[in-house]
Design a binder for this molecule. Structure first.
Ligand SMILES: Nc1nc2c(ncn2[C@@H]2O[C@H](COP(=O)(O)OP(=O)(O)OP(=O)(O)O)[C@@H](O)[C@H]2O)c(=O)[nH]1
Ligand SMILES: [Mg+2]
Length: 278
């Protein structure tokens, strides 16, 4: 996980971030907002709507390879109904990159409709930490990551990456602060690696995840840890997982830390299966 996860998003920091992103948004026509497909609501920045209200808005449901396909499709429908252009992606493998590029080309054509000059479409990527912004930039630009260099006057010192066909990408994504609205949101963000998992002690966080997975994907949880059943409580299920995995310490004490770490890491990696948390 990168350093940005260690930022404390105190109000002053949020204000600075907001101002910086607003400055950068002045330079672009379109904002590509990355959401984590496993938690599309929780991974949305609370003020993003306000920030990008006068821009062409593209929503990318990223990490779709880790999310339940039907849930992701339903989320895409819902977001489209709200007026966004929506794409489903895996920025790590590159799946969906071609569709995004052709959408951007269409948006550029729309922008130039009825105009003699063929103006470039300028865009920036925004999203909360760890959602895949850098991966998407790399996917869009290819391994070359060819910088087009400063163009004084036009870009006011910003670095632009050319995606071809008159599409220009601001090379620095806007890192948005995540929601801290309630404990449920914070937990989901932690499960998905968007905020530090020290929001609560590791065994508790692991137990909370096991509780949520017991509701959202009981069959996948059972299959992964060879459980006969989901137990009465998350704690009992956690202990059953520990026993199955042999996470037992001297004196037959259950290693809750190791069990929590394992389930959290395996959930994040998609090893338990494709699971949407909302
Ligand atoms: N499985 C999966 N992993 C992804 C996907 N996109 C990105 N990742 C992984 O998620 C992690 C974070 O990706 P980054 O591209 O660094 O995310 P970022 O938004 O730039 O993160 P910050 O710079 O910390 O804000 C990396 O380990 C990526 O390989 C995806 O679609 N699927
Ligand atoms: Mg990054």
């Amino acid at each position: 996980m990168s350093d940005i996860n260690n930022i404390n998003w105190f109000p002053g920091h949020m204000k600075k971030t907001r101002e910086l992103i607003q400055e950068n948004l002045k330079l672009v026509d379109a904002a590509v907002e990355l959401l984590d497909a496993r938690i599309p609501a929780s991974s949305r920045n609370p003020v993003i709507g306000e920030l990008v209200k006068n821009k062409i808005r593209v929503v990318v449901l990223n990490k779709a390879d880790l999310a339940d396909q039907e849930q992701t499709r339903a989320w895409a429908e819902k977001l489209r109904a709200e007026g966004s252009r929506v794409l489903i992606m895996n920025a790590e493998s590159g799946e969906g990159t071609a569709a995004l590029k052709s959408l951007l080309t269409r948006l550029k054509e729309e922008k130039n409709e009825g105009s003699v000059r063929n103006k470039p479409l300028r865009l920036m990527i925004v999203g909360i930490p760890n959602v895949g912004k850098s991966s998407l930039i790399n996917r869009l630009t290819g391994s070359k990551s060819a910088k087009t260099g400063n163009k004084p006057g036009v870009t006011r010192g910003k670095q632009w990456l050319s995606l071809g066909e008159g599409i220009m990408l601001l090379d620095t994504p806007g890192i948005l602060w995540p929601k801290f609205e309630d404990q449920e949101t914070a937990k989901k963000l932690a499960f998905c690696g968007a905020i530090r998992d020290e929001i609560m002690d590791l065994p508790t966080l692991g137990m909370e995840l096991i509780g949520l997975l017991s509701e959202r994907a009981p069959e996948l949880l059972k299959a992964r840890y060879r459980l006969e059943a989901i137990e009465e409580t998350p704690l009992l299920t956690m202990e059953a997982i520990a026993v199955k995995r042999g996470f037992i310490m001297a004196g037959k004490r259950i290693d809750y830390d190791r069990t929590a770490r394992t389930v959290i890491d395996e959930f994040r990696a998609g090893t338990i299966g494709r699971i949407s948390l909302e």
